[in-house]
Structure formats: C-alpha cells, structure tokens
Design a protein around this ligand. Structure first.
Ligand SMILES: Cc1ncc(COP(=O)(O)O)c(C=O)c1O
Length: 443
C-alpha cells in the first residue's frame, strides 16, 4: 500500500502521532486494512502527509506495541493477523467499528492557507484583551463592523449602502431565516438543483417552495419571494445573465415580491472579474445576504444582510427584543480581521489556489463529462452519466474521499453529474482523490 486514507489536523488537541495511530487502528477495525496488508514506510507516509518522520515512527511504534501491526526486518510493517485486538482491554469501551471518516470534497469548504494562522491568532488575542460591552450590544451589530462591511461591499461588490442598513447575521441561512417572516406572503422560489440549506430553511418557516429551473427566466406571479445565487448558481455555476437580472427585478417590482440574493462566493472568480451584486442594480426589492464562511471560515458562523429598505425597521424592531445576532467576540474578531487586511489576504491566496486546482480537476474529468459552466470559486460541477458518477464516487470512497453526486442537490430535477469541491483539502489530498477518480472512471 503506497498511502493511507488518513487525515491529520494540526489544530486537533491530540498530537499528530496519536491521531495517526488512532486512524490506522480504526482502518483495521473497519476492515479497510486487512491482516497481511503492508503499510507504507514511515518515510513515504511522512512525505505523503507532510509531517516529520518522527510522527509516523511514533505512530507505528505505538501500533506495534499494541499488537495491531507487526514489523518484519527489511520487509516492512504489516497489519497483524487476526486484525489486532477487537476490543480495548482494561475496562475501556469497545472501539466503534464504523467506517473511517471520509474526507469531503464538498463544495462549501474553503482553503484557508495555514500561513495566515498568525493573523488569526492575533485577532483573537485582541478580542481577549478588549473589554466586553456591559449591556446588550447594538442589535444590528457592532457599528464599526457594519461600517467595515459597508466599505467592503462598496469596494468589492459595487453595492453602496449606509452602515445602518447592514445587519450582522450568523451566516446565510440565519439571514434567510430572519428574513422569511418579513417577506411578502406567498410561495418562495428556490432553484432546483439548488442550495439544500436554503430549501430546508424556507420549508422550516412553513412556506411553500416552487422549484425554479436555473437558466430559465423566473416568473414571479405565484411567488412572494425568490431565493437566488446570481453570481454563481449553486451548484451548476452559471452567472445570471444581465437581461435575466433586469427581468427578475422588474417582475419583483411589479408583483411587490422580494428577491433574496445569496452572494456566497463571488469574490473567488479567477476567470473574469467578480460579477457585481444584483442588489447593486436595485435595492428596493432585493435582500442581499453575504457570509464570512468562504473568506474566514464556516466555523465562525458570521455573515451580514442588507435588507430592502422597507424591511429594515421591522427586522431591527424584532432584534431589539430578541438580540438574534452573532456574539460580540465573534463580531469583534471579524472586525479585527477586516481592519488588518487579513480577509483580503486570505481571499487573494485562496483565489490563486483555486485557479491552480480547477484545471487539475478539469484534466481528470474532461474526458468523461462536460463542465456545467466555467469553473469559478472552490468547486466545479461536471455533467456525466449515472454509471460514470457511480464509478467515480466509489473509487473516491475506497481512497477515503466523499464526492457528492449532482443528484443530491436536486429535488425534482433529474440531472446526473458530479460536484467536486477543491477548497477544503490539501494539494496532496486533492491529487490522491483525483488519481482515484481517474482510476475509477477509466476502469
Ligand atoms: C449557496 C451557498 N450559500 C451560502 C453558503 C454559506 O452559508 P453560511 O453562511 O450559512 O455558512 C454556502 C456554503 O456552502 C453555499 O453553498
């Protein structure tokens, strides 16, 4: 075996060697590694994982001591016959025998370059040194943060707004959830295929959903609102063409409906300049949703919305009662990261990384499918027959990766394909996953 489907996390509290021995143990228990299987050499595995050799040596020593592997001088390290002890002795609980966790090639995870870790830590040190507000904070969000976001929207999205029109949220779906009670009555149009979290949020609010076909003009006559991703249709990747934008805005105006614009990853284009926001054309019937999930990380749970001016007062009035907003330390950290230029730096680095990775994905998939649209951001979507999708996914799974079928974004639409996210993995992981997918598709 040349490599192992394991993933080490430098931010995990367990040392790297312990993480590695635990994951190898789990691979044996799950049957992925079988008695007699040869493990990669400590040198090769260390190079593959990008860690010091002492890490792999320490893990192998531990597995040897526990009887999971045997070492044969000159021949290598092998999984012990009998698969090692099946339960942990000494009063411990039996170890779970579930499949080892797969590394997701999901479309939502961004690349946050580890070289930017110092700036991140500095921001949190600044938060811990600051004194927290004594009472409830401004229900719209920290004023300085709203100003910084308004500046950024003007600079990067062509959207001129007053800081008092910006409301901090705990991310896109939180913004949508808060908007829904204030949107005009009627069903909500959601793309199919489309963003599952948006669909579920609309349904959870008790609204009917009308499936919209991406690329077709949106008819607003039965709708109180339409949720769209005009800069980068999720998950097919189209840009909503200018005539369709104008027609949508006109239809929303005529009907008194609201277009909810999810502007989730527009800063990450490398083929063309970022596509301006729909809300930059017209504010009165557009609720704009932005997120830090792609530029800072989805774990932070922070985003912002710019509601249509007519919805601002009721949204703020409700927040004055509920304080339904991200926590003060999270807001403060984002403010520091924005002020220091950290977010711009992360976006620039990530854009370069995605621009390099997208063609590698295309090289693997182009002989077997058609891109749904030009690659942008941290994923690309490939149309291909169900049999090819199955082969690619299965080969990826065996190598330790999970790649989503396009079908998992469809409700009534029947489109077959593969959605390959390339943001949340290392270069080495992406290469391993693509090699496996290539083998699967060619096999
Ligand atoms: C279409 C779309 N919108 C928004 C988001 C981000 O959501 P949130 O801000 O809730 O993390 C994602 C993340 O994958 C997404 O794919």
């Amino acid at each position: 075996m040349r490599t192992l489907p394991v993933r080490l996390d430098r931010d995990h509290p367990d040392p790297l060697g312990v993480q590695l021995s635990t994951q190898v143990r789990d691979l044996v228990l799950a049957g992925t590694l079988e008695p007699g299987d040869r493990l990669p050499s400590t040198r090769a595995l260390a190079a593959d994982l990008g860690v010091a050799r002492s890490v792999t040596e320490q893990a192998y020593d531990q597995l040897l001591a526990e009887g999971w592997v045997t070492a044969q001088r000159g021949a290598g390290t092998f999984v012990a016959s009998g698969g090692g002890p099946r339960t942990v002795t000494g009063g411990g609980r039996p170890r779970p025998t579930a499949e080892p966790e797969l590394i997701g090639l999901d479309l939502g995870s961004p690349w946050i370059d580890p070289r930017h870790a110092a700036g991140w830590r500095r921001a949190w040190r600044e938060v811990s040194a600051a004194s927290a507000p004594r009472g409830y904070p401004d229900p719209r969000g920290i004023p300085a943060l709203r100003s910084a976001i308004a500046d950024r929207l003007a600079r990067t999205r062509g959207l001129a707004v007053d800081p008092d029109e910006v409301l901090l949220t705990s991310g896109t779906t939180d913004g949508l959830r808060q908007l829904l009670p204030h949107l005009p009555a009627g069903a909500v149009g959601v793309d199919d295929p489309g963003y599952r979290a948006a669909y579920e949020t609309v349904r959870a609010a008790g609204r009917d959903v009308v499936d919209l076909t991406p690329g077709e003009p949106i008819r607003m006559d039965r709708l109180g609102a339409a949720y769209v991703t005009p800069a980068h249709q999720h998950p097919l990747g189209h840009v909503m063409p200018a005539p369709d934008r104008l027609a949508l805005l006109e239809a929303a105006r005529a009907r008194g409906a609201v277009v909810v614009e999810d502007d989730y990853d527009s800063e990450f284009r490398y083929d063309v300049a970022p596509i301006p926001a729909l809300a930059a054309l017209e504010r009165s019937h557009v609720a704009y949703l932005g997120t830090a999930s792609k530029s800072v990380g989805p774990g932070l749970r922070i985003g912002w919305m710019v509601p249509p001016p007519g919805l601002l007062a009721p949204l703020v009035a409700l927040r004055e009662q509920t304080y339904d907003m991200p926590s003060w330390p999270t807001q403060h950290a984002l403010l520091t990261l924005l002020r220091e230029g950290w977010v711009d730096k992360v976006v620039r680095t990530a854009r370069r990384v995605y621009a390099d990775r997208a063609p590698r994905v295309a090289e693997t998939l182009a002989p077997h499918g058609t891109p749904a649209s030009p690659a942008a951001g941290m994923y690309s979507t490939w149309l291909m027959p169900p049999a090819a999708v199955h082969k690619a996914r299965e080969a990826a799974r065996v190598a330790g990766f999970d790649v989503a079928p396009l079908a998992s974004y469809c409700r009534s639409a029947r489109i077959s394909g593969l959605v390959v996210g390339f943001g949340g993995v290392t270069d080495a992981e992406l290469d391993r996953a693509l090699a496996a997918i290539r083998r699967g598709l060619e096999g």
